[in-house]
Design a protein around this ligand. Structure first.
Ligand code: PEP
Ligand code: MG
Length: 842
């Protein structure tokens, strides 16, 4: 027989042993910490990752020495111990060492039935998971002496040898099978998806079995001291009498409650001292390991053993609550609490979420464009959404893509699903602004607009009125209704963010278009509005009509008359915004989109418009067609409208200044920031500035009031970034509109990119969707050039970013490094941005 090399580099885990998480894994280290806290941990031996790697590579090692640590005829378990608990690992194997001799002893000590059951379970587990035999042959049978004999025979028949009796051989085979499972492709891909590096290694721990079988109180359980969903203090877990740790995963009728419960007997009543001891262990873990731990324990004849402990698996909201509570109790610092909460996890808390414990019937997938989940009946038009809302019935607006005229439908819906579009498509931007869950670009669902049916890839057909749930956090579309968790903007949430504000060193403003948005921005404690897209104020019914009259005006005078109707509405909007923001800065962007976006796109819509304007349908249709552009995004929009039809900006400036005066009269104070969009030449800024200065002078004279304002430029074209030095002569601030800047730098339409973005990202053409994650190499360079040239001209130039990237932690890091004053993002991303900015400063 071949002489096996013995394993020599194992270490018995004791309080003073040399155990390192890097060599032996987190579980070995954790068990050592439990021992240092004087917990009754059964004898445990740690095998280093190097040994496991050697076994995976084919070395056969002698395990006798390892087993000798445990005395004569031990039963042991083997558990995985990777460096990071998140990386998973092969399943635990219990009862190694079980054989005929041991069985005979157990029959005497624990009775025939218990001994048979234990041996049978080991044979079954070993056959399937270690020898890799067909699971069908070892199906879990009712334990009996016969079932045990059958299993042993089946093993012998399949393997051409009897079931291995030698504990050292059993252990060697278990180690081999676990080391290979870790090295396998699927395990590797799975852990890499959780952030494990390519070379992530596995340690193993071998532990003396603490049997939960025997006289007196015996059994196994898990206990934790918080609710894993809310993070609030509460004992949760279960205890099973006469059971081993692997049994507790099963839901069993005979499980005991841990604490007193009117529904049945509890461990607390049955064994108050043991329960109190467990509670002490939990408190010790919290105080000394500085974490909420879940303890796995066994009780053997009234003796407690803690066999394992893991960080309580938790929801995002529980994670936040735990971090705040630990800091408030002085166990961790506030800085550590901040670092323990992942900024992206916060968006989950602002909206209802699909309960992770429920089942999901996924019928399609798209881009997770605006977080949160919503359930409602399908509607295919904005009119149907409004009708549904007026009946008080929640609905999901399903469109091929949304257009500005869908805004009312979006307001009426609880969620939006589109077949096309990407992260900066209309539906996505508006959805995020409204805090409306939104899934876009769900190209595996197809919408038959004529038949009004939504078809899934698998052929499921959904019609108007069918219930669906969209999960804007994952991008999933689910059939029917699912269990939801409510939003969690509680005291812990607010407290953590106030700590974030104490440490961060870059400003966070919100993109807010309407008073409702501004209120949300304030609720999330934004430091002002960084972008108010004024055109969104014109999509309300009454305003849309006035807007369309303005568009159809033939002469400057007619245009001025239509604009005069819009003026009081705009002024009112600004008064409300300024009052809600209470002296915080408000940056108002002048009108930006191409005019035709305000025209109806259907024949019925055009007919209605003709009626409203009292003009022939043919004329309205002709005028609408005349406004059509080949490339509207590169056409008559932004400052170009301001130059060609200056009355629009005049009206807006007048509304802003009059609102400032009005707010001042009511005792408020505001220095508005006026921002010119889509600039590409400094002369554009000069021309607009001259007119705005004139409007300001006029309002000052008419109102006999003094006020200040700042004029700035949105850098959205590559040329504006390159010429920022010259532009800054006329601008007090530059705000980088990275949506358009990305579009124009790549020459990539933000409304159409969704069609090929997946392919591009999958094939590595782009590392990420640049509309989602700022392209620091290309667009980023333009930001740096613009910032540097701008500040060369004007040292105190205020710099910011207000594209959708503004809320991404990576972009915030970039802007902070470049010395920007603030980032501005959708109101619902403000909390995330506040925390991400704090992480950067720590
Ligand atoms: C931008 O282009 O980045 C921007 C903020 O403006 P909008 O998305 O309205 O074009
Ligand atoms: Mg823009």
């Amino acid at each position: 027989m071949q002489k096996l090399e013995p394993i020599t580099d194992f270490v018995e885990i004791t309080p003073s042993a040399e155990i390192a998480a890097t060599a032996h894994g987190w579980r070995a280290k954790c068990l050592q910490r439990l021992l240092r806290l004087d917990m009754p941990v059964p004898r445990t031996v740690a095998l280093p990752a190097t040994t496991i790697q050697a076994i995976a590579a084919g070395r056969s090692l002698d395990c006798k020495g390892v087993l000798e640590c445990f005395g004569e005829n031990p039963l042991v378990s083997v558990r995985p111990s990777p460096q990071n608990p998140e990386w998973g690992g092969p399943s635990t194997v219990l009862n190694i060492g079980m054989n005929a001799a041991r069985h005979a002893v157990l029959v005497k000590t624990h009775g025939q039935a218990a001994a048979d059951a234990l041996y049978l379970r080991f044979v079954q587990g070993y056959a399937v998971h270690v020898a890799r035999l067909d699971p069908d042959m070892f199906e879990i049978a009712e334990p009996s002496a016969q079932a045990l004999r059958d299993a042993l025979r089946a093993y012998r028949d399949e393997m051409d040898e009897p079931f291995p009796e030698d504990p050292a051989r059993q252990l060697a085979e278990v180690l081999r099978s676990m080391s290979r499972a870790w090295a396998g492709t699927s395990a590797r891909l799975l852990r890499q998806s959780k952030g494990a590096p390519e070379e992530a290694a596995l340690g193993l721990v071998v532990q003396e079995m603490a049997q939960g079988l025997g006289q007196g109180i015996s059994g196994s359980g898990v206990i934790q001291f918080i609710d894993p969903v809310t993070g609030l203090e509460q004992v949760t877990g279960r205890f099973l009498g006469q059971a081993q740790s692997s049994d507790i995963a099963e839901k069993r009728e005979d499980a005991l409650y841990l604490t007193r419960d009117p529904r049945g007997p509890s461990l607390e009543e049955l064994a108050p001292e043991l329960f109190a001891s467990l509670a002490r262990q939990g408190a010790a873990c919290r105080a000394k390991l500085r974490e909420e731990m879940q303890l796995e324990f066994t009780i053997n004849d009234s003796h407690l053993a803690v066999i394992d402990a893991v960080r309580v698996p938790r929801s995002s909201r529980a994670g936040l609550r735990i971090a705040v509570d630990l800091a408030n109790d002085g166990i961790i610092t506030r800085e550590e609490a901040l670092l323990r909460v992942e900024p992206r996890a916060l968006s989950e808390l602002l909206h209802p979420q699909v309960d992770p414990r429920g089942t999901r019937d996924v019928i399609g997938r798209g881009i997770a464009a605006s977080p949160g989940a919503a359930t409602g009946r399908i509607v295919f038009t904005s009119a149907a959404a409004q009708a549904s809302a007026s009946r008080g019935e929640p609905c999901i607006l399903v469109r091929r893509e949304t257009a500005p005229e869908d805004i009312r439908g979006m307001h009426s819906a609880v969620g939006v699903l589109t077949e096309r579009g990407g992260m900066t498509s209309h539906a996505a931007v508006i959805g995020r602004g409204l805090g409306l869950p939104c899934v876009v670009g769900a190209s595996d669902l197809s919408l038959d607009v004529k038949a009004l049916v939504l078809l899934s890839k698998s052929g499921r057909k959904l019609v108007e009125g069918d219930l669906i749930t969209i999960d804007g956090t994952t991008g999933q579309v689910l059939a029917g209704e699912v269990e939801m968790l409510p939003p969690a903007l509680d005291d812990a949430f607010r407290m953590l963010l106030s700590w974030a504000d104490d440490v961060r060193d870059i400003g966070i403003r919100a993109n807010a278009d309407t008073p409702a948005d501004a209120q949300t921005a304030r609720n999330f404690e934004a430091q002002g509005i960084g972008l108010c897209r004024t055109e969104h104020m014109f999509f309300e019914e009454a305003r849309l009509v006035a807007m369309r009259e303005m568009i159809f005006a033939d002469t400057p005078d007619d245009r001025a008359t239509a604009l005069a109707r819009l003026l009081p509405m705009q002024r009112d909007d600004f008064v409300q915004l300024f009052e809600i923001m209470q002296g915080l800065p408000v940056c108002i962007r002048l009108f930006d989109p191409p005019l035709h976006e305000f025209l109806p796109h259907s024949r019925d819509g055009l007919r209605e418009l003709a009626e409203a304007l009292d003009r022939p349908l043919s004329e309205v249709t002709r005028r609408a067609e005349a406004l059509t552009e080949f490339n509207p995004m590169l056409g008559m929009r932004g400052v170009r409208l301001g130059i060609v039809l200056p009355e629009i900006y005049d009206m807006q400036a007048q509304a802003i200044f009059e609102a400032v005066v009005e707010v001042a009269r009511r005792g408020g104070s505001i220095v508005p920031e006026i921002m010119i969009p889509l600039v590409s030449a400094s002369r554009e800024v000069e021309l607009v500035k001259t007119r705005i200065d004139a409007v300001a002078a006029k309002v000052r004279t008419a109102t006999r009031a003094e006020f200040d304002f700042k004029l700035g430029v949105m850098v959205e074209t590559p040329r504006a970034a390159l010429r920022a030095g010259e532009i800054a002569q006329h601008a007090a601030f530059l705000s980088f509109g990275t949506n358009d800047l990305t579009q124009m730098t790549y020459g990539l339409s933000r409304d159409d990119a969704g069609r090929f973005m997946n392919t591009y990202v999958q094939q590595g053409v782009y590392p990420e969707d640049p509309f989602h994650i700022l392209d620091v190499d290309g667009v980023g360079e333009l930001l740096l050039i613009g910032a540097e040239r701008g500040r060369q001209t004007r040292a105190n130039l205020t710099l910011s970013i207000c594209g959708e990237h503004g809320g991404n932690p990576e972009s915030i890091a970039f802007c902070r490094k470049a010395g920007f004053d603030y980032v501005s993002c959708s109101s619902y991303r403000v909390p995330l941005a506040r925390l991400a900015a704090a992480h950067l400063a720590l």
